[in-house]
Design a protein around this ligand. Sequence first.
Ligand code: PMM
Length: 297
Amino acid sequence: MSTLRGRVGPVGLPEWDRCAVMGVVNVTPDSFSDGGRWFDTALAVKRGLELAAAGADLVDVGGESTRPGATRIDEDEELRRVIPVVRELVGGGVVVSVDTMRAAVAEAAVEAGAALVNDVSGGLADPAMVPAVAAAGVPFVVMHWRGFSADMNSRAVYGPDVVGEVLGELRQRLDAVVGGGIDPGRLVVDPGLGFAKNAEHDLALVAGLGRLRRELELPMLVAASRKRFLGRVLAGPDADPPPARERDAATAAVSALAAREGAWAVRVHEVRASADAVRVVRAVEDFSAAGAAGAGE
Ligand code: PMM
């Protein structure tokens, strides 16, 4: 069961009275679920505004694909893709998060008005990231990460307690970033679904979201949207998974589960269904709370 405690967000962002919904804009030619669709500044801005209008509380802008096997782009190209989109969305009144593993991109995005830095490597990819975020004083997402996308699948090796291992590795990262000067009140944790994990590992983590939240006691972001494990769950008898864009209903199901476990936010490509799902969860929780209060009278 979720409690308000788990839903309180990081210092420096608005508070939403339910699980927040983070919409995704990938300004990339090759992200696995929506690659190429918003690879143009004007289209990406339009998409971000659409997501906000559809109910996204914040919009996550990224310029580098992290799909399995992806190779890295250079910093100038990432800046070119991301910064104009961040600036225009912020100008349009959107709360923007920047999805980057590079300190220079994070700094430029914060300068352009981004309110949160979402680093899938949790500060491991660029040694300058933690000091940069500490100096900027913005919230920071620490995701569970074992290495770059080019070879992350080979790192998807866990013992029987996947959740316990991810917890242990996340704790180490959290200690490191706090040691590096980031305010613990500004941290968000993320189990990193699909990153050095196979479908079984992802399912174990979704089943363990409540444990992750209780043991880490930090706002939690859950990013299941369109990921391979959902394709595996939905695969027909021929074992062919549906294409990424046909996984949005399954994504909304995970959004409901995550909200029920007290996640602070869910990160999704299609916002409407998840925005509805988190509102239903909130209404059910209000009903339960009213019932509990009534029973106590
Ligand atoms: N997944 C992707 C990109 N960014 N950020 C966080 N915090 N957590 C994630 O799991 C995550 C992320 C990859 O998905 P996409 O390229 O389809 O958006």
